[in-house]
Design a protein around this ligand. Structure first.
Ligand SMILES: [Zn+2]
Ligand SMILES: [Zn+2]
Length: 199
């Protein structure tokens, strides 16, 4: 994961002593995972969010399965997952033209306004930027925010009806992350590219 050996060893021994467990990776207000994972153990925030997705998703997906149907449209307006509280990992424009944000941590999804930043909530058109992919990758785009500098990759499924799941599409398009990072944007849920150690 590009972590220094020392941080991984600290984390492994804390895990073995049961000082940290799966609950340490739960999303909380404004972050994913406990602050101590970064502050005390030295794990990077990118690695913490990546571990959260890998470790928690199978269990949380099953845990929330029964209550997903109760989320009615318009009953949730925040930019974090209504089930687990994590920030979105990917966005889909579905057949109806609605924007559906996907949660990588628990596998949930929710409808969210297209012209609002899910991370800071701004609706100002001068803050919201959209970077489209080139012609042969039509349908893929990056929604970035000049206010909070966060971005989320999205896919217009009306143009790509046979695309994979949100997680597969996200991990399969690291070149878009490179573009966003190069332009100075960041994302709260790390993708594969963010795990590479920065030189
Ligand atoms: Zn979730
Ligand atoms: Zn924003």
């Amino acid at each position: 994961m590009g972590e220094p050996k020392e941080a991984l060893e600290k984390f492994a021994s804390a895990w073995d002593r049961a000082e940290v467990g799966p609950a340490a990776f739960f999303p909380s207000r404004g972050r994913v995972g406990l602050e101590s994972l970064t502050a005390d153990l030295g794990l990077r925030a990118e690695s913490v969010s990546f571990l959260a997705c890998g470790a928690l998703r199978p269990a949380l997906d099953r845990y929330f399965a029964g209550c997903r149907v109760h989320l009615t449209e318009g009953s949730w307006e925040l930019g974090v997952c209504p089930y687990c509280g994590a920030p979105p990992g990917f966005g889909d424009l579905v057949e109806t033209g609605q924007r559906r944000l996907a949660c990588h941590v628990c596998g949930g999804g929710w409808v969210f306004p297209r012209l609002r930043c899910p991370f800071c909530g701004t609706q100002s058109s001068t803050d919201l930027a959209r970077f489209e992919a080139e012609e042969r990758e039509e349908g893929y785009f990056i929604s970035a925010c000049r206010q909070c500098k966060a971005y989320v990759k999205e896919l217009d499924r009306r143009l790509r009806w046979n695309a994979g799941s949100a997680l597969v599409e996200d991990w399969g398009s690291p070149h878009f992350d490179l573009v966003a990072v190069r332009d100075g944007y960041w994302r709260p849920i790390a993708s594969l590219i963010h795990l590479a150690r920065r030189a």
